[in-house]
Each structure stands twice: as structure tokens, then as C-alpha cells.
Design a protein around this ligand. Sequence first.
Ligand SMILES: O=C(CO)[C@H](O)[C@H](O)COP(=O)(O)O
Length: 236
Amino acid sequence: MIINPFIKRCSIAISILSANLASLGKDIAKLVRSGLTDIIHFDIMDNHYVPNLTFGPILCKSLIEYGIQSNFHIHLMTDPSERLIREFIELGVHQILLHVEEGITLKKELRIIRENGCKAGIVFNPKMSLEILTTLINEIDSVLIMSVNPGFGGQSFIENSIKRLLEARSIIDRSGKDILLGVDGGINLKNLKKIVETGVDILVIGSAIFNRSRNYVEILNVFRKKIDFYQKKLVN
Ligand SMILES: O=C(CO)[C@H](O)[C@H](O)COP(=O)(O)O
């Protein structure tokens, strides 16, 4: 439980993994216009690093050309990634997130991202130790804790993620760095309270918005109100 009265307002990042791609521009425009979100989260999967195939820079480019003005967060689940990193930087995305893997430092890739004016984040799969977070603390702007195994939307939240979020929160707070903590996967209205209580800064939400009804803004509004309510309770 956090007791810091200066906590930031928790952001909602819309994961488009479960969105209807046929109406994506229109749907995202509405969500962005609502002012309830300022992050669009893109799961870039290559059917090799994870067993699913999604989209790439072309989709981001199309949304930019369509007029979407938001922070694009690019969650890379690809191997190799360097060429894609450069393509996304070229498009002017706000943040690129890379998975931490055993025996890989990521230092070169993180440096490329940041040297080109983009924010860099690292992502931890549910079973990956958080140990390397301390080593990379000076190279990153955000940390994303996966609360499902990456690959598909609509999975159940892994309970142990609460403990991992608290651990990551404590490492970040002790570092004194301005690093945002995010969580990705299985977030819904039922588990929202305990997740917000960990002191997380960004909630990546997909199927709970896109799979419930066609009125995405209404659902997003329910999430926004509940998050604000739970955060308010933390400081009172
Ligand atoms: O990274 C992901 C899967 O690899 C998705 O962003 C994540 O699962 C969000 O979708 P949902 O809210 O449906 O769980």
C-alpha cells in the first residue's frame, strides 16, 4: 500500500490488441478526444518472439496520418528489433519498450532509443527476475510488469504480479529516479483496486475496453472514475 501524498495520476494506456482494426482510426480518435487517455499502446508481435502476429510501423503511420495525436507506446515483442526501433523512432513515437531477457543487456538498444529523443522502457515477463532493473536504472524512463504471458489479449491477471509491482515500485522509489511503473495484462474492473493500490503509474488495458460493448468511451470513463477514486482513497 502506498502512503505517498504526492502520487501521480495513474494513466490508462489503451492496448489496441483487442480492437477492431477495421474501425481503428475512428475508434481511437473518439477515445483520444474524450481526454480520458493520452497513451495508445501497440503490441508489436512477429510470430517468432511470441506466437502471434500483429502489426508494425505501417499501422502507426496510418494513425498519425489519420490525425491521431497521442503518445504512442511501442511494446516490441520481436527478434531482431533494431531495424524496427529505428523505424518507430523515425515516426516520432513517444516511447519504445523492450523485453528483458536472461544474458542480454539491452544497453545498446536503450541508448539508440534515448539518443534519438524517444523514451525507453523495459518489460518484465511474469517469471523474469527484477534484479536487472537496478543495473538498468540510469538507462530507462519506464518499467512495464507483464501480468500475463505475452502474446494474446484477454488472458487472466497473474496474481503474483501484485507482489512484483510492489517490488518494482520500491526499487524505483529508492532510486529517486523519475521512472514510470506500468502493468500490462488482464486488468479489469474487478481487480482494478488492488492494482491501483500498488502505486502503479500506467495501466495497459485492452480487452476490458474493446470486448465489453461498442461504447468504448463509456467503459473508459468507468475505469477513469474508479482509478481516481481508488487513488484518492490512498492519500486520505
Ligand atoms: O501485451 C499484451 C499481451 O501480450 C497486451 O497489451 C495485454 O495483454 C493487454 O490486453 P488485455 O487487457 O486484453 O489483457
